[in-house]
Every structure is written in C-alpha cells, then in structure tokens.
Design a protein around this ligand. Sequence first.
Ligand code: C2E
Ligand code: MG
Ligand code: MG
Length: 639
Amino acid sequence: MRGNSMKKRKIVVRNKAAIYVLIGALVMFVCLGVVTYHKVSQLMIDHSKQSAMALAGSISGELDGDMLAGIRSSSDRDWQIVYDQLGKYRHYSYVKYLYTMRKDDQGNVSFIVDADTDDPVAVGEPYELLQDMVPAFEGEVCCDNSVSSDQWGSYYSAYAPVFDKDGKVVGIVGVDISIEDINSYLKILLRNLAYIVSTAALITMFIILVFSTEMSGWDMLTGLMNYEMVVKNGNRLKKSGQLTEYTAILMNIKGFKYINKQFGYDFGNELLKDMADFLKTGIKRKELISRTGNDNFFVLVQNENAPAYISRIEEANPVSMESARMDGLPAPVRCGVYRIGEEDTIEQVMGICTVVMNAARNQKKENVVFYNKEMYETLLEEGNLLGAYKEAIKNGEFKVYYQPKVDIENYTLCGAEALVRWQREGKLISPAQFIPLLEDEGLVTELDFYVFETVCNDIRLWKNQGIKPVPISTNFSKLHLTNPSFASKIVKTADRWHVEHEYLAVEMTESSGYTDQEALTEFVEKMNESGISVHMDDFGTGYSSLSMLGDVKMDMIKIDKSFVDRIFGRKANGAKLVENVIRMIHDLGREVICEGVETKEQVEFLKKTDCRKIQGYFFDKPLEHDEFTQRLENPSYEK
Ligand code: C2E
Ligand code: MG
Ligand code: MG
C-alpha cells in the first residue's frame, strides 16, 4: 500500500485536538474549583471577622482606639513567665481563656487574653498585673486578627483595648466568634459549587457539541468529508449560486464486496485509504471530495477541471486490481458523471449520479458513464421495477410460460423450459428487462424458487388431470451457488409437491471464477444423486469454458442461439464449428440441445449433426399455461 501519512496525520491532529479540548476543560474545572474554594473561605472569614469586630467594638463602648490589643515583648522567657502567671488567674471571672503564645516573624511573642465580655472593665486588672509582673513589658498595644482553632471548633478572635478617662489602657476586650455556623457556609459552598458545576457542564457540553459536530463531518478512515458534510457544503454552493459551476462524479470500487470477502476487511480498509489518496490528487481549491459511505466516493470538480480529472481515472481504466495497481489506481472504479444544472439541489445531484453510476455497473463496458436524459429515464424505470418487485411477487404478477423442446427424430414434444414474465399494469415485461436487475440486488433467488414452485404445482396439476407431463427445466441464477443448502432446497420443494425427479431439470449458466466452479461441481454432484438433471445454459456465449465440459457432469449442454445463428451466418466456418462442438459434447457423453432455432434449414442442418433436441420459435414460442397444456395433450409437430 502506498503512504497514507497525510490522512494519518489529519486523524492524529484531530485526536490531538480532542485531547487538548479535554485538558482545557480539566484545567478550567480545577481553576474554577480553586477560585471558588478561596472565595468561599474568604467569605466565611469576612463574615466572622465582621461579627467579631462589631461585637468587640460595641463592648469596648465609646473607646475609639485600635480594635485589637495584646501585649508584646521581645523576650521568649518573659512571656513564658507571664503565661505561667496568668495561668494562676484563670479562676478570675475576667480571665476566661488564656490563649496560646504566638511568635511573629520578628520574634515578637504575644498572648491573647480572653476576657469575660460581661465585665469588660475587669479585664484591666490582668493588664496591670502584667505590667507589674513583666519588667520587660513595654505596654504596647498590638493587633491580632486571626482565625484560631481548638477542640471547640474554629474561632475568629477580635480584641479591643479598654481605656480609662486619661487614655490609659485599662483592659482588653476579647471576643471570639465561633465559625460554627458552618452549615450556612456549606450551603454557600454547595450553591457556588452547583453554579460552577452547571456552568462547567454547559461549557463542556458546548465544547463537545462543537467538537463532535466538527468531527461528525469527517470520515475517520480516509480523512475525507462524509456524506453530511458534503451535502452541507453543496447546499452552501447552491445558496451562493455557484453549484452550476461544478460537475459531480460518484465513484465506487468494482467488486469491493468480493475484495472484502476474499482478502479481509483490513485489506479493504487499506484499499479505501489508497483510493482516497488517489482521488484527492487532482482536486483543486474550492473543489470537494468525500466518502459518502462504503466504497462510494463523491467529488464536485469545477467544470473546467472535470475533463482532466475524469480522464485521469479513465486513462488508468484498469480491468483488474493488478493492472489498476500498475497504473497507480488502487483498484478499478466505475463512475457516474453529471454536469450540474440550474434547478438541481445537491441531494438530487447525488441521486442522479447514483443512477448513472449504476448504469456503469450494469453495462459493464465503460468505467465512466456520462449522464444523458434517455438513459437516465430508462434507469429510473428500472428503479421503479425494483421498487415494485416485492408487492408484485405477493400479488402473483409473475407468470410462468413454457417453451417446448422438440425431439426432431420423431417431431414430438420432449420437454420444456419454464420462462418467467412480469404482468404489470396490463403489459408483459420480458425477463431480459428485470432478471439482471433482480440479480444485481440479490432478489432473483427468491423469484427462481417462485417459478420452480409454480412448475412443480403445474406438473402435479397435469398429473391430477391425467395429462402426461414432460421434463421441465427451470432457470436458476448462479447466485444460488453461494447457498450451501441450494441442492437440498430443490429436492425438498420437489418432494413437497410429490413430483418425480425425472420431470425436473435445473438450467444454469456457467459462471467464471474458480470459487463458483467449485460450488457448481458440488451442486451438480448432489443433483446427479437426486436424479434431477442439470443443464448448462447458453453454451458458447463466452461464459462457458471447454474444460468445464469435462470437469462438471452436466446432463445436457444447451447451445446458445448466438452459436446456432453461426450455422448460416456471415462468419466463416460457422457450420463446421457447430458441427464439431456437438460431436465433442456427444463424445464427452453429454446430451445436446440447441436453442433459438428459427428456420427449417437450421433444423435440417442440426438433424444431420445428430443434435436431437431443439428449442426455438421454429416450433413454438414460450406458451402460457393453458396453451402449453394443449401442447401436452397434442405433443406431435408437423414435419
Ligand atoms: P434463456 O434461459 O437462455 O432462455 C431462452 C431465451 O431465448 C428466452 O427468452 C426465449 O424466449 C428465447 N428464445 C427461445 N427461442 C427463441 C428463438 O427462436 N428466437 C429468439 N429470438 N429467441 C428465442 P426470455 O424468455 O426472454 O428469457 C430471457 C432470459 O431470461 C433467459 O434466457 C434466462 O436467462 C432468463 N430467465 C427467464 N426466466 C427466468 C427465471 O425464471 N429465472 C432466471 N434466473 N432467469 C430467467
Ligand atoms: Mg434457460
Ligand atoms: Mg439460454
């Protein structure tokens, strides 16, 4: 596989972007959390502080000095003495609590004395006491605003000095405000958290929404736009009136299902990536390229660039994966091309491209199919047929006709082929019109069994009416070969209708491809065991191989009309070819029947070559049930 570095990079870049967004969201959460915590703590402190200071202020009455008071000394030892001494006064009502010693950065140590707030003046006594006791005491007032904790909880402490008339400090008022109204703070905290969480959730949702909308527009495997994104961009072009400047091309990889089955999904994925690379080359600015699902790629190229872009794909024009790879195209593609018209919307353009691309699928000759009106209408009609199929089979719109096979030794009826027709809205639609469509959609297998059941039913009916039936062959698509119970399903159906196996035959066109041949051989063996014959249809049309004749034990080989036409055709040696092919088939021990025989000369010639059985308009066209019943009753033909 060629390098996918560009796409990988794109995907990696997008993954990185996702990680950045997540990290960003996380950092945002953490920051918001820290800020809120800080804010709430501050709120709690401020609240306590205000209460404490207000209380302390009111207790200290008209005194207007600094709010807080303490005592200060530069000597640790002094303070230790004071502390001890003060401890002795604990029993005094005015010394309610003795607070811890504190030491500040400068080495100053301070006490806080908590006075009885009911008797603030009394606090003066320990103050004087201190002055007496501590020689180093300088009588300074210092401030203390702090939050402290002890076994009773957290407090905010505020102290106010008490002055006498002369301005002398006579006492200290200490007030502790317990931060115990924690519940209310918790509520604040929770409310704030709720704000944060919901805001953060909204922001995150927004980020995710923007990000996922952005991501959802891209195909993760190839890094191209996806269906939604290309439609969105197409609509934009439509709005701005620029859509008509573009040619739309829808492409898909030939046999992609087969590639996936045969080589595995990983290989399939690599192929899709390589295809995306290939198709991206040649895309110009303002042009769009997308993977719209599975193996479908849709591009909008500007009209002037379209021929070059298409011929690059056409020139590669590979017939197989191997040759595709040699030409630089990862696999053969088919394309539907449409130059966008005035009225078209992007959705309509895609619909048209799909229909046109399917034409490339069906006609199997050209890889690139350009839209034309006539072809498009036929294709639409086919689409309608497909759409009507399910109802039609339920309503019994499919009719089985029988085309006689004649033994030209004695000019009598020796068999028939069941051929289906679709009776729709008063018209009879030929199988050539709908069988290939149903085959493409995998629906034909159901119809084949519908025909087979009708055949069994009719044989039973004729027998019940005392009419001797002839062996009737039914066409089965090669799609059945992928079903392992195909053979047993045929036998079971026949037995359900109590139809003797000698009256039944299966017609199959030999298909190319080794896997099919293996399955075909196995199927034929099972049929041989059951006594139901197998006929090889359309021999000579190019699908049959000579080696197949020897390998697979088909009971009868049906030489195709195109071969029969050669007998008296313009091509040289046609008659000799037919003669020798018939001889070879006989030599291999197989029976021969020629179909599409239309003239007396052809019959005469075939009689000389020992081909005993003939099917063709010379004797009969496919007949309706009743007409064929009459033929069964009168099985002789005029010589
Ligand atoms: P086929 O199986 O090769 O059937 C023979 C086709 O040649 C039939 O066309 C028949 O009407 C036509 N034919 C027979 N004698 C002459 C003749 O002398 N001159 C000309 N010009 N044509 C002749 P028909 O019925 O249109 O069927 C076409 C094909 O559709 C069939 O080719 C078969 O491949 C497919 N088909 C028909 N019925 C079924 C079905 O029930 N299941 C499947 N899978 N395929 C079916
Ligand atoms: Mg046939
Ligand atoms: Mg045929």
